[in-house]
Design a protein around this ligand. Structure first.
Ligand code: MN3
Length: 249
Protein backbone atom coordinates (compact mmCIF):
# COMPACT_ATOMS: atom_id res chain seq x y z
CA UNK A 1 0.00 0.00 0.00
CA UNK A 2 2.82 2.39 0.81
CA UNK A 3 3.94 2.56 -2.79
CA UNK A 4 0.59 4.15 -3.66
CA UNK A 5 1.50 7.08 -1.51
CA UNK A 6 4.95 8.17 -2.54
CA UNK A 7 5.07 11.72 -3.82
CA UNK A 8 6.06 10.51 -7.27
CA UNK A 9 2.98 8.34 -7.55
CA UNK A 10 0.73 11.01 -6.12
CA UNK A 11 2.16 13.41 -8.71
CA UNK A 12 1.66 10.85 -11.44
CA UNK A 13 -1.91 10.20 -10.32
CA UNK A 14 -2.68 13.89 -10.31
CA UNK A 15 -0.87 14.82 -13.48
CA UNK A 16 -3.79 14.49 -15.85
CA UNK A 17 -6.22 16.28 -13.54
CA UNK A 18 -3.75 19.04 -12.76
CA UNK A 19 -3.40 20.16 -16.35
CA UNK A 20 -7.11 20.01 -17.12
CA UNK A 21 -8.18 22.39 -14.37
CA UNK A 22 -7.68 25.45 -16.55
CA UNK A 23 -4.12 25.99 -15.40
CA UNK A 24 -5.10 26.08 -11.73
CA UNK A 25 -2.39 24.46 -9.70
CA UNK A 26 -4.46 22.60 -7.13
CA UNK A 27 -3.08 21.60 -3.75
CA UNK A 28 -5.30 18.57 -3.92
CA UNK A 29 -6.05 15.50 -5.87
CA UNK A 30 -9.57 15.15 -7.13
CA UNK A 31 -12.03 12.34 -6.52
CA UNK A 32 -11.60 11.37 -10.19
CA UNK A 33 -7.85 11.35 -10.00
CA UNK A 34 -8.01 9.17 -6.91
CA UNK A 35 -10.31 6.63 -8.53
CA UNK A 36 -8.40 6.68 -11.82
CA UNK A 37 -5.32 5.94 -9.75
CA UNK A 38 -6.88 2.55 -9.08
CA UNK A 39 -7.59 2.87 -5.35
CA UNK A 40 -10.15 0.21 -4.49
CA UNK A 41 -10.07 0.92 -0.77
CA UNK A 42 -13.58 1.11 0.64
CA UNK A 43 -14.27 4.53 2.11
CA UNK A 44 -11.14 5.86 0.48
CA UNK A 45 -12.94 9.12 -0.42
CA UNK A 46 -10.70 11.95 -1.56
CA UNK A 47 -7.58 9.95 -0.89
CA UNK A 48 -5.37 10.93 -3.80
CA UNK A 49 -3.36 12.93 -1.32
CA UNK A 50 -1.80 16.35 -1.67
CA UNK A 51 1.40 17.39 -3.36
CA UNK A 52 4.15 19.87 -2.68
CA UNK A 53 3.39 22.92 -4.83
CA UNK A 54 6.42 24.38 -6.63
CA UNK A 55 7.66 27.77 -5.47
CA UNK A 56 6.12 30.51 -7.66
CA UNK A 57 9.60 32.03 -8.16
CA UNK A 58 13.27 31.03 -8.11
CA UNK A 59 14.90 30.07 -4.78
CA UNK A 60 17.03 33.22 -4.86
CA UNK A 61 14.26 35.55 -6.10
CA UNK A 62 13.56 37.08 -2.68
CA UNK A 63 17.20 37.95 -1.89
CA UNK A 64 18.26 39.74 0.19
CA UNK A 65 15.03 39.74 2.24
CA UNK A 66 14.70 35.97 2.37
CA UNK A 67 17.90 34.17 1.49
CA UNK A 68 18.22 31.32 -0.98
CA UNK A 69 19.41 28.73 1.55
CA UNK A 70 16.56 29.42 3.96
CA UNK A 71 13.97 29.31 1.19
CA UNK A 72 15.39 26.08 -0.22
CA UNK A 73 15.38 24.25 3.13
CA UNK A 74 12.03 25.74 4.12
CA UNK A 75 10.29 24.63 0.93
CA UNK A 76 12.09 21.40 0.06
CA UNK A 77 12.40 19.99 3.60
CA UNK A 78 9.91 21.64 5.95
CA UNK A 79 6.94 22.05 3.63
CA UNK A 80 7.63 18.66 2.05
CA UNK A 81 7.50 17.16 5.55
CA UNK A 82 4.02 18.57 6.12
CA UNK A 83 2.85 17.16 2.78
CA UNK A 84 4.21 13.74 3.73
CA UNK A 85 2.58 13.88 7.18
CA UNK A 86 -0.73 15.06 5.74
CA UNK A 87 -0.81 12.20 3.23
CA UNK A 88 0.05 9.71 5.99
CA UNK A 89 -2.89 10.98 8.05
CA UNK A 90 -5.27 10.85 5.05
CA UNK A 91 -4.14 7.30 4.33
CA UNK A 92 -4.51 6.18 7.95
CA UNK A 93 -8.00 7.69 8.12
CA UNK A 94 -9.02 5.96 4.88
CA UNK A 95 -7.80 2.66 6.37
CA UNK A 96 -9.72 3.36 9.59
CA UNK A 97 -12.92 3.99 7.61
CA UNK A 98 -12.40 0.80 5.60
CA UNK A 99 -11.84 -1.24 8.76
CA UNK A 100 -14.42 0.55 10.89
CA UNK A 101 -11.66 0.86 13.48
CA UNK A 102 -11.42 4.27 15.14
CA UNK A 103 -9.14 3.33 18.06
CA UNK A 104 -6.52 5.85 16.84
CA UNK A 105 -8.94 8.58 15.79
CA UNK A 106 -7.60 11.16 18.25
CA UNK A 107 -4.03 10.71 17.07
CA UNK A 108 -4.84 10.84 13.37
CA UNK A 109 -7.25 13.76 13.72
CA UNK A 110 -4.45 15.74 15.38
CA UNK A 111 -1.96 14.66 12.73
CA UNK A 112 -4.45 15.74 10.05
CA UNK A 113 -4.85 19.18 11.65
CA UNK A 114 -1.12 19.70 12.30
CA UNK A 115 0.15 18.65 8.89
CA UNK A 116 -2.90 19.93 7.01
CA UNK A 117 -2.50 23.36 8.56
CA UNK A 118 1.23 23.28 7.86
CA UNK A 119 0.58 22.41 4.21
CA UNK A 120 -2.11 25.06 3.68
CA UNK A 121 -0.27 27.83 5.53
CA UNK A 122 3.04 27.20 3.75
CA UNK A 123 1.25 27.11 0.38
CA UNK A 124 -0.32 30.47 1.23
CA UNK A 125 3.01 31.77 2.54
CA UNK A 126 4.92 31.26 -0.72
CA UNK A 127 2.25 33.23 -2.52
CA UNK A 128 2.28 35.86 0.23
CA UNK A 129 5.71 37.02 -0.98
CA UNK A 130 6.83 38.30 -4.39
CA UNK A 131 10.00 39.59 -6.02
CA UNK A 132 7.87 42.30 -7.70
CA UNK A 133 7.23 44.75 -4.88
CA UNK A 134 4.06 46.85 -5.06
CA UNK A 135 1.61 48.63 -2.74
CA UNK A 136 -2.01 47.55 -2.14
CA UNK A 137 -4.40 49.43 -4.41
CA UNK A 138 -8.00 49.69 -5.59
CA UNK A 139 -10.80 47.82 -3.84
CA UNK A 140 -8.42 45.82 -1.66
CA UNK A 141 -6.73 48.99 -0.39
CA UNK A 142 -10.17 50.34 0.49
CA UNK A 143 -10.97 47.12 2.39
CA UNK A 144 -7.75 47.49 4.40
CA UNK A 145 -8.55 51.13 5.16
CA UNK A 146 -12.12 50.28 6.17
CA UNK A 147 -10.97 47.55 8.52
CA UNK A 148 -7.85 49.13 10.05
CA UNK A 149 -8.28 52.89 9.51
CA UNK A 150 -5.30 53.28 7.19
CA UNK A 151 -2.61 51.30 5.40
CA UNK A 152 -0.09 52.63 7.93
CA UNK A 153 -2.21 51.40 10.86
CA UNK A 154 -2.59 47.98 9.20
CA UNK A 155 1.19 47.67 8.80
CA UNK A 156 1.77 48.64 12.43
CA UNK A 157 -0.83 46.22 13.82
CA UNK A 158 0.35 43.37 11.57
CA UNK A 159 3.96 43.85 12.62
CA UNK A 160 3.05 44.15 16.32
CA UNK A 161 0.74 41.11 16.33
CA UNK A 162 3.12 38.93 14.32
CA UNK A 163 6.11 40.00 16.40
CA UNK A 164 4.25 39.09 19.58
CA UNK A 165 3.49 35.50 18.54
CA UNK A 166 4.91 33.35 21.34
CA UNK A 167 7.38 30.79 20.03
CA UNK A 168 6.44 29.21 16.71
CA UNK A 169 3.47 30.41 14.74
CA UNK A 170 2.07 32.75 12.17
CA UNK A 171 0.76 36.25 11.68
CA UNK A 172 -2.33 36.08 9.49
CA UNK A 173 -4.32 38.72 7.62
CA UNK A 174 -7.68 37.13 7.01
CA UNK A 175 -11.12 37.83 5.62
CA UNK A 176 -13.68 37.09 8.30
CA UNK A 177 -16.71 36.24 6.16
CA UNK A 178 -19.51 36.46 8.70
CA UNK A 179 -19.16 40.20 9.25
CA UNK A 180 -17.31 40.70 5.98
CA UNK A 181 -14.27 42.50 7.35
CA UNK A 182 -10.52 41.92 7.51
CA UNK A 183 -8.81 40.83 10.72
CA UNK A 184 -5.26 40.13 11.87
CA UNK A 185 -4.81 36.93 13.87
CA UNK A 186 -2.00 35.17 15.70
CA UNK A 187 -1.81 31.42 15.10
CA UNK A 188 0.48 30.15 17.82
CA UNK A 189 -0.25 26.44 17.42
CA UNK A 190 -1.78 26.04 14.01
CA UNK A 191 -3.20 22.60 14.76
CA UNK A 192 -5.35 23.98 17.57
CA UNK A 193 -7.52 25.79 15.07
CA UNK A 194 -8.14 22.90 12.74
CA UNK A 195 -6.92 23.51 9.22
CA UNK A 196 -6.50 27.14 8.22
CA UNK A 197 -8.39 27.98 5.10
CA UNK A 198 -11.21 25.52 5.61
CA UNK A 199 -14.79 26.72 5.29
CA UNK A 200 -17.03 24.96 7.82
CA UNK A 201 -20.09 23.39 6.20
CA UNK A 202 -21.68 21.57 9.11
CA UNK A 203 -20.76 21.89 12.78
CA UNK A 204 -21.81 19.87 15.80
CA UNK A 205 -21.45 21.49 19.22
CA UNK A 206 -20.17 18.95 21.75
CA UNK A 207 -19.71 21.32 24.66
CA UNK A 208 -21.83 19.74 27.38
CA UNK A 209 -24.30 22.64 27.41
CA UNK A 210 -25.48 21.46 23.97
CA UNK A 211 -26.68 18.03 25.11
CA UNK A 212 -26.27 17.32 28.82
CA UNK A 213 -29.85 17.97 29.97
CA UNK A 214 -31.18 15.25 27.68
CA UNK A 215 -28.21 12.94 27.18
CA UNK A 216 -26.09 13.29 30.35
CA UNK A 217 -22.78 11.53 29.54
CA UNK A 218 -24.09 9.79 26.39
CA UNK A 219 -22.43 12.10 23.90
CA UNK A 220 -22.46 9.37 21.25
CA UNK A 221 -26.25 9.15 21.30
CA UNK A 222 -26.48 12.92 20.91
CA UNK A 223 -24.15 12.83 17.88
CA UNK A 224 -26.16 10.04 16.24
CA UNK A 225 -29.33 12.07 16.69
CA UNK A 226 -27.63 15.23 15.48
CA UNK A 227 -26.83 13.38 12.26
CA UNK A 228 -30.53 12.52 11.85
CA UNK A 229 -31.43 16.21 11.89
CA UNK A 230 -28.39 17.51 10.02
CA UNK A 231 -29.38 20.30 7.61
CA UNK A 232 -27.92 19.10 4.31
CA UNK A 233 -29.73 21.79 2.35
CA UNK A 234 -27.85 24.45 4.31
CA UNK A 235 -24.58 22.50 4.15
CA UNK A 236 -24.98 22.21 0.36
CA UNK A 237 -25.69 25.94 0.12
CA UNK A 238 -22.46 26.69 2.00
CA UNK A 239 -20.61 24.20 -0.20
CA UNK A 240 -21.90 25.94 -3.34
CA UNK A 241 -20.55 29.23 -2.01
CA UNK A 242 -17.00 28.00 -1.56
CA UNK A 243 -16.45 25.02 -3.87
CA UNK A 244 -14.76 27.19 -6.49
CA UNK A 245 -11.98 28.12 -4.06
CA UNK A 246 -9.79 25.20 -5.04
CA UNK A 247 -6.09 25.75 -5.47
CA UNK A 248 -6.12 29.41 -4.40
CA UNK A 249 -2.86 30.76 -3.01
MN1 MN3 B 1 7.50 27.21 8.06
Amino acid sequence: MNDLWTRRDVMKGLGAAAVTVAGVSSLWGTANAASEGGSKMQGAGLSGGCRLPPLPYAYDALEPHVDKETLTIHHDKHHAGYVKGFNSALKALAEARAAGDYAMIKHWSRELAFHGSGHVLHSLYWGSMTPKQAEPEGEFLKALERSFGSLKAFREQFAAATGAVEGSGWGVLAHEPYMGHLVILQAEKHQDLGIWGVHPLLVCDVWEHAYYLRYRNRRGDYIQNFLKIANWVEAARRYDQVKGLVGYR
